[in-house]
Design a protein around this ligand. Structure first.
Ligand code: COA
Length: 260
């Protein structure tokens, strides 16, 4: 598929989706959100794609937020629609993909940018990265899941402070808060993320998909994650990946998972 605002590259089961609007610091306009939805959906449906990395082009930004120029004149209804559509098409969509998504945060991750990174399954960042939810400086609140995912990841008090002050935290603080798992130099970032992805590609994609679902269930109202775990654990025993994984262990060889 041809995209105008993003790039998709694949190698060894790892797909890198790069948001490519560097002159606008990769701000998420409507067209970019739609293209990202299509690309994530296509990669998730492609059995040969085992891990997706999302990053931003250029040295300055991962994503500097939703595109402010697009919503400056919106009404109350249009505002609600913007958040609902964005969450459905991109943020909830990414969180609930069965293919692992790693955010490689290569610079500013602000507003919708941090929200996108938080919707990914985990994050790695470059030393120059800066993260924040500055929406209240514009008279709005985060609308792409930021008020929910930030407290889940760093705790309520820290999230309250970040959102109220609209302040940016640096990569070291993000690491200390547990918002990102690793910090490396900007030059190393993509290869570092690919190295983690390569480890993931060796494991059972079926089991990983079940693990993502069950971990996410911990945050779904009215769903008992422990019960989800029991069910998914049991289902694993009926998969070809389980047969191969256990057989390979007993035969003292490396498993080659069929992904079924
Ligand atoms: N929406 C639309 N355009 C944006 C944008 C956004 N969220 N963030 C950056 N841009 C655009 C700028 O308007 C500018 O475009 P121009 O060259 O056509 O004027 C270009 O990207 C470069 O940004 P600039 O502000 O000149 O870079 P800077 O280095 O001086 O500042 C930031 C970098 C990230 C601090 C600053 O761009 C910023 O505060 N952006 C908005 C962040 C925000 O509030 N995000 C939440 C949105 S809900």
């Amino acid at each position: 598929m041809n995209y105008e605002n993003i790039l998709v590259e694949k190698e060894n089961g790892i797909s890198v989706i790069t948001i490519n609007r560097p002159t606008k610091l990769n701000a998420l306009n409507k067209a970019t959100i739609e293209e990202l939805h299509n690309a994530f959906e296509a990669e998730n449906n492609d059995k040969s794609t085992k891990v997706i990395i999302i990053t931003g082009s250029g040295e300055k930004a991962f994503v500097a937020g939703a595109d402010i120029s697009e919503f400056a004149n919106f009404s109350v209804d249009q505002g609600a629609e913007l958040a609902a559509k964005g969450q459905e098409l991109l943020f909830d969509f990414v969180q609930n993909l069965s293919t692992p998504v790693i955010a490689a945060v290569n610079g500013f991750a602000l507003g919708g940018g941090l929200e996108l990174a938080m919707a990914a399954h985990f994050r790695v960042a470059s030393e120059n990265a800066k993260m924040g939810l500055p929406e209240v400086t514009l008279g709005v609140i985060p609308g792409y899941g930021g008020t929910q995912r930030l407290p889940q990841l760093i705790g309520k008090g820290r999230a309250m402070e970040m959102i109220m002050t609209a302040g940016m935290i640096d990569a070291k603080t993000a690491l200390n808060y547990g918002l990102v798992n690793h910090v490396v130099t900007q030059e190393e970032l993509l290869n570092f993320a690919k190295d983690i992805a390569a480890k993931i590609t060796k494991n059972s994609s079926v089991a990983i998909a079940k693990a993502i679902k069950v971990i996410n269930d911990n945050y779904v109202d009215g769903v008992n994650g422990f019960q989800s775990e029991i069910k998914a654990f049991g289902e694993s025993f009926g998969t070809a990946d389980f047969k191969e994984g256990t057989t390979a262990f007993l035969e003292k060889r490396k498993a080659v998972f069929p992904g079924e």
